[in-house]
Design a protein around this ligand. Structure first.
Ligand code: IPD
Ligand code: CA
Ligand code: CA
Length: 276
């Protein structure tokens, strides 16, 4: 019997190939919920992943973003994002992936993130390290936020209520730079592989992060909620980093929560021209 990780790897590769096929056809997008895009490719990828997981593990529960998973009351639960980065995908911007994570009870025990555009397969099993295409990966050694490359994301839901621009500004004036890939799972895989030093975001869902968080910890990184408390898959915000930066990252984010603004965003007067 293949391991959980081997099964997840095989399925993620199949789903990734399916996404690339759909990409060439430029499938139409639709709006789901408030302002979230979804395409036929999201649903087809999810149908593939969920049915293959049920074939291998008929007793396991599956939670999948587009709603086709089933709660089979198992201690094993797979969290599936069949296409993380749908907005990118819908615009043919090549930054998206398939993310599959497995929890046993509260613990993430296996995770795979597959980026079909780069043919990069990130995988981890609890206690066995994190890998990129079978090569061991580790988080970066950057110890100072001033020397870091960070990433964040802006969920499409409730964007008029999104306060993340304040965090973006305060961290952006400190770090070497801030990236916004449009795929939280790729961002977490990038922290795990040392390409990014840290990542934060509000309002993620369990399927966005289950696999990526295991990649980060198995590569030597850490995560918490943005106030430094324990992160649960349903927490409203997340910080993940290379461990070395964690305290400083949480402290600077805490400044913004507390209203201690080190560098104010240049003011705009409504109705007046923008000065620069
Ligand atoms: C989204 C991506 C994006 C993040 C959003 C997620 P989706 O997932 O991960 O980077 O900023 O919060 O919802 O909708 O493309 O699967
Ligand atoms: Ca997602
Ligand atoms: Ca998705």
């Amino acid at each position: 019997m293949p391991s959980y990780m081997e099964v997840a790897t095989e399925i993620a590769r199949e789903a990734g190939a399916l996404l690339l096929n759909y990409l060439e056809k430029r499938p139409a997008w639709e709006i789901k919920g408030e302002q979230d895009l979804v395409t036929e490719a999201d649903r087809a990828s999810e149908a593939l992943v969920v049915s293959r997981l049920h074939q291998y593990f008929p007793a396991h529960s599956v939670v999948a973003e587009e709603g086709s998973g089933e709660d089979r009351k198992s201690e094993f639960c797979w969290y599936v994002d069949p296409l993380d980065g749908t907005t990118n995908f819908a615009h043919s911007y090549p930054a998206f992936c398939v993310s599959i994570g497995l929890l046993q009870g509260d613990e993430i025990i296996a995770g795979v993130v597959f980026d079909p555009n780069r043919n990069e397969l990130f995988s981890a099993e609890k206690g066995a390290g994190a890998y990129l295409n079978n090569r061991r990966i580790r988080v970066s050694k950057t110890a100072d936020l001033c020397e870091s490359l960070l990433a964040t994301g802006f969920p499409s839901r409730k964007r008029h209520e999104d306060v993340n621009v304040y965090f973006f500004h305060q961290l952006g004036v400190r770090a070497h730079g801030i990236r916004r890939s449009g795929s939280a799972a790729i961002d977490l895989a990038s922290v795990a592989s040392g390409r990014l030093d840290g990542f934060w975001e509000f309002g993620l869902n369990p399927w966005d992060v289950a696999a990526g968080l295991l990649l980060v910890t198995e590569a030597g990184g850490s995560y918490s909620d943005m106030r430094g408390g324990k992160f649960a898959l349903t927490s409203p915000h997340l910080i993940a980093d290379n461990s070395l930066l964690h305290n400083e990252f949480v402290a600077r984010v805490g400044d913004v929560f507390n209203g201690t603004i080190h560098v104010p965003i240049p003011g705009l007067t409504p109705g007046a021209p923008v000065r620069y």
